[in-house]
Write a protein that binds this ligand. Structure first.
Ligand code: ADP
Ligand code: CDP
Length: 322
């Protein structure tokens, strides 16, 4: 388990001989909800052999902690969500399935999107932090400056640990590693000096349809794994659109329509853009990619090549410039 102090420890423990040659490369990917940040960041990190941090999942853990403590905004309960998060142990693990090639890219250009597992005090909360209830709550929790300060320290510690792992050369030496982190303020606040900043965007309707589609696929997977589920557990194809499994072990919840997903994304974007602390902004030195009409592979290849160029490596793909 990672401790929140490991970023500090890594720097403090590095012998002087390692300080100059080692230079981690940071890719910051920001953008509105469901613009493709997390899937793209995971694929780019895998291809470059870098660590990956999904910063949204840390805020989602904060929202889950607040919910479980009955300390949601407006409940009247005086809450110290920052304290709850500060005392918690949060770990984000990238998982490869057996048919995935090893990190570092392939000659075929095949895009690999590893799974990510989020552990909160050792509990796998990967599904519990992606419920409609957390979606509604998370932006309010993330607008609290004390929560943001605490999450910032966790982000930096996780990134330090991920860079160290990605830079571990075969044989136990150290090679320049890197980290890809996605969120809302990575290029502006968390890593303002990131070597590559991407702002990923897509039309509101494209984003809502993609998220609906994603939920539909997850529901089908869950159904395939649990064929004996009761009829009330729901199924796709009705007038109401897809339905969902709830958090692990809970009763399946109703999936919303595309329109209501679009509304939820719009409300969350509004809150993220208009909050006082670290609002969602395009960093002045970010490369803006609108992927409304772009394939997933192309956006991954383009970002990998931008990173390679800035690392002094030759481009790998033939895709035209963006
Ligand atoms: N260029 C693209 N074309 C079509 N679908 C995409 C594209 N980029 C991402 N997606 C899909 O959109 C959905 C939302 O992406 P995700 O990475 O979860 O977004 P975010 O992290 O910004 O919320 C996923 O199902 C992802 O596979
Ligand atoms: N760096 C970040 C990342 C997420 N967040 C907050 O966390 C929420 C969830 O982020 P997410 O990346 O999981 O959301 P999706 O885009 O995946 O829906 C966002 O709507 C923001 O309110 C933030 O404020 N700053």
């Amino acid at each position: 388990m990672l401790s929140r102090a490991c970023g500090v420890l890594r720097r403090a423990a590095a012998p002087a001989s390692q300080l100059l040659p080692r230079r981690a490369f940071t890719v910051a990917i920001d953008g509105p909800a469901a613009s493709g940040k997390s899937s793209t960041a995971r694929a780019v990190a895998h291809e470059l052999g870098f660590g990956y941090i999904d910063s949204g999942s840390i805020y989602r853990c904060a929202a889950l902690l607040a919910l479980r403590a009955g300390a949601v905004p407006g409940s009247g309960e005086r809450s110290d969500v920052a304290g709850l998060v500060g005392r918690a142990s949060i770990d984000i693990r990238t998982r490869l399935s057996p048919d995935h090639p090893a990190p570092g890219g392939t000659d075929t250009g095949r895009v690999v999107v590893p799974d990510v597992q989020v552990l909160l005090d050792g509990e796998d909360v990967s599904q519990a932090i992606r419920t409609p209830e957390i979606n509604r709550l998370v932006a309010a929790i993330a607008s609290d400056s004390a929560v943001r300060d605490t999450v910032l320290r966790i982000q930096q510690a996780l990134a330090g640990a991920a860079e160290t792992k990605s830079g571990a050369a075969p044989g136990g030496g150290s090679a320049p590693g890197g980290v890809v982190m996605d969120g809302r303020d990575i290029g502006t606040t968390v890593f303002p000096g990131a070597e590559l900043k991407i702002y990923l965007d897509a039309s509101a309707m494209a984003r809502a349809i993609r998220r609906w589609d994603e939920m539909n696929r997850q529901m089908k997977d869950a159904k395939a794994k649990a064929p004996a589920a009761s009829p009330e557990a729901g199924g796709a194809g009705g007038q109401d659109g897809p339905r969902a499994e709830g958090a692990a072990g809970q009763a399946p919840a109703e999936y919303p329509s595309v329109e209501s997903i679009a509304r939820e994304l719009e409300e969350r974007d509004y809150a993220d853009i208009n909050r006082k602390h670290s609002p969602l902004r395009i960093a002045s030195d970010a490369v803006v990619i609108d992927n409304t009409s772009m394939t997933f592979e192309r956006q991954v290849h383009a970002i990998v090549d931008l990173a390679r160029e800035r690392m002094g490596l030759p481009r790998k793909y033939d895709d035209d410039d963006l």
